[in-house]
Design a protein around this ligand. Structure first.
Ligand SMILES: [Zn+2]
Length: 684
């Protein structure tokens, strides 16, 4: 046997180098499989025995630690191919040599090059000359078998995984908050801090109903969230850091927190250009969904409820970033408002004023991830009114007709640009085809050239894909009005102002009309709010709306009311003034009917003198003073007033009075005692 194999080695082979290809696919194999590494290096001894000097035996082992699914990311294999094609290799050696290349294409290419370059191949079984038909057949078979073996191994592995998953027995990486016990059952992490943090997260979401609010609550309380390290030297350790929005969503969506074992929630896809994408599957398509598999932090019902709430929130906030169908709620520019600062679509929030829902337009896309304040936040009430007025003014049958004509022209132009874009795609297609043909025609001897051409072909294919995507995107963006929409707009025109102002027209309809007429509205808040309205058909209008007065200002008492109170205070008490104002139909800053205490508060706020000090300023006397003047006791004054003997003026609503200066007709000390109190006269 040895004699026969040796006969294949000729002087020209010995002139070339011997390449020992050492391949281990993963780091783990490198460590665990030292045995095979030893065998691989033993091949070097064989090369020496066969006649290669030690210094011309070159070990190619740069693939150590790399996976070998394809040759493209394996430098060592590429180098080997290059060396062979340059005619520098006399022999290529490897343990189970067919595994040099893990896929058939690579392997056959190597065989072909070896045959052309007159390079021998050696493995533990013997020496082969790929130029000989028999040897080549054998080597080809070996390659095919090794690929088949790989396939079977993979399938078996995958099948085993799936079977285990269906029985919920598959050991998978557990989300934070769970650990495996000695029996490989998932259970809550015994670390109390981790457990409590997760419980708190679910509790906060239950309370606030929003992932964003949960992030904020954690940040306000300076709470941290655990994360397990899966790679690197600190593998397995727990790191505590800030909680962010995507992490909350991930936890809330993860079925394991409800004690549900699940597998196959996503599908990985590999694209021809090497990109990987990950697609989320609906629950029906998961490989496994097994409730009550282990202890959880919430119930399965709560998991569903959380999912539902998150979905609803997404409709209210996230999804609204795209121009969507009109939803309930009065905000006219929902889905039409664009932030002039950053160009993002603005979302709508509502707040209530006197029971009415008033929209705010907010640009908060950037704020959502980090919990920062939104970039622009604009009170929408005035804006909606201004837009409504503008639409009623501008929309007449004539303007609409013009707009539609312009729109039609634009669509024609779009068709033209579309044709150009199709040209771009076509030429990219042609280029790619050309590159492909160049590659197919190349002399297989000339691997360097072939590799360059292959790379070129790949680049051309990528360019083609990009051109196609670009064309499709633009086509979507430029799509004009269809027939139905056009008819709708014309129908509107005949009766637009009436329809718009009719209080029975629902908000949804008003919004629908707005988006039939308007493409978008760009909002900028500065000293005033500037609106740039882009109508369908390309016309634009600019409006400016004054900033809404701050809340305290809108609640302010009107100057008329203050002036009226000031006048009435000359003669009236607070209660009297309140009823007089109500009679005149005046209301408070918040639109309420006046009460005495409200008048008193306004009096204080605006520094108006009260009735008492006004009367005193006019010379009215208090009880003590008039008693002194008339030489009687204050209680006598009270009696005299009740009897109507003194002219008194009420200065408050408790009935307390001030008195006119006593004139000539003032009652005298004893003169009236008989009339009022008989007993007094007896004593005199
Ligand atoms: Zn913005």
């Amino acid at each position: 046997m040895i004699r026969e194999t040796n006969s294949k080695i000729e002087a020209r082979h010995l002139k070339g180098n011997a390449y020992l290809y050492v391949r281990q696919s993963t780091l783990r194999q490198v460590f665990e499989n030292q045995e095979s590494t030893k065998r691989q290096y033993a091949l070097r001894q064989r090369a020496v025995v066969l006649g290669w000097p030690l210094e011309r035996i070159i070990v190619v082992d740069s693939d150590l630690g790399q996976s070998a699914a394809s040759s493209s990311d394996r430098e060592g294999f590429q180098r080997l191919v290059t060396e062979v094609s340059m005619g520098r290799a006399g022999i290529v050696m490897g343990l189970e040599v067919s595994r040099l290349a893990r896929n058939s294409t690579d392997w056959h290419r190597l065989l072909e090059i070896c045959a052309l370059a007159g390079t021998l191949i050696l493995d533990e079984d013997g020496i082969y000359d790929p130029a000989h038909f028999n040897d080549r057949l054998l080597l080809g078979l070996k390659g095919t078998m090794s690929e088949a073996e790989l396939h079977v191994m993979r399938a078996r592995l995958r099948g085993g995984i799936l079977n285990k998953a269906r029985r919920a027995e598959l050991e998978m990486r557990l989300p934070i908050g769970f650990v495996y016990d000695a029996d490989k059952h998932a259970r809550l992490d015994p670390d109390k801090r981790i457990q409590d943090t997760l419980h708190l997260l679910f509790k906060t979401f239950r309370r606030t109903g929003s992932a964003m609010a949960t992030v904020k609550a954690f940040r306000e309380q300076k709470l941290q969230f655990p994360r397990r390290v899966y790679r690197g030297p600190n593998k397995g350790e727990i790191i505590w850091g800030e909680l962010d929005h995507s992490r909350v969503l991930w936890v809330l969506h993860h079925p394991r927190y409800a004690g549900v074992f699940c597998f196959g929630r996503t599908r990985q896809r590999k694209h021809p250009d090497g990109r990987h994408t990950c697609q989320r599957l609906p629950r029906e398509e998961w490989t496994a969904y097994i409730p009550d598999s282990h202890a959880g932090y919430i119930t399965a019902a709560e998991l569903d409820e959380n999912n539902r709430r998150l979905r609803d929130n997404a409709y209210a906030l996230g999804a609204e970033r795209e121009k969507g169908p009109p939803r309930e709620g009065p905000a006219l520019l929902q889905g039409l408002a664009i932030c002039a600062v950053c160009g993002e679509r603005m979302t709508v929030r509502y707040h209530a004023i006197n029971g009415r829902r008033v929209p705010d337009y907010a640009c908060q896309r950037r704020g959502i991830e980090s919990g920062k304040p939104p970039c622009q936040m604009i009170h929408g009430g005035g804006i909606d009114d201004a837009i409504g007025k503008l639409l009623v003014e501008t929309v007449t049958p004539v303007t609409l007709e013009v707009a539609l004509t312009v729109q039609k022209e634009l669509e024609l132009r779009v068709d033209e640009t579309d044709r150009l874009r199709r040209k771009e795609v076509e030429s990219a297609q042609y280029e790619a085809e050309l590159a492909r043909r160049r590659y197919m025609k190349v002399d297989p001897d000339n691997r360097m050239v072939a590799d360059t051409l292959e790379a070129d072909w790949n680049a051309k294919l990528r360019a083609l894909g990009e051109a196609q995507d670009r064309a499709e995107q633009r086509r979507q963006a430029d799509r004009g009005l269809d027939k139905e929409q056009r008819a709708h707009i014309l129908a509107l025109a005949t009766d637009f102002p009436r329809l718009w102002n009719d209080p029975r027209t629902p908000d949804r309809e008003r919004k629908r009309m707005a988006r039939l007429l308007v493409d978008d509205v760009t909002l900028l808040k500065a000293d005033v709010i500037s609106l740039q309205i882009r109508f369908k058909g390309g016309a634009t209008r600019t409006l400016s709306v004054p900033l809404p007065r701050p809340a305290w200002m809108t609640r302010q008492t009107s100057p008329d009311v203050v002036a009226a109170i000031d006048r009435l205070l000359d003669d009236h008490t607070d209660d009297e003034i309140a009823s007089l104002l109500n009679e005149r139909g005046m209301t408070s800053g918040t639109g309420k009917r006046f009460r005495g205490h409200m008048v008193a508060r306004i009096r204080d706020e605006y520094g108006l003198k009260d009735l008492h000090s006004r009367l005193r300023a006019r010379g009215y006397l208090d009880e003590g003073q008039i008693a002194k003047r008339l030489h009687v006791k204050p209680c006598t004054i009270k009696i005299w007033r009740r009897a109507g003997l003194l002219k008194a003026h009420r200065y408050n609503d408790k009935g307390e009075c001030l008195f006119d200066r006593p004139g000539a007709d003032a009652p005298l000390k004893y003169k009236h005692q008989d009339k009022t109190r008989g007993k007094v006269s007896a004593s005199s």
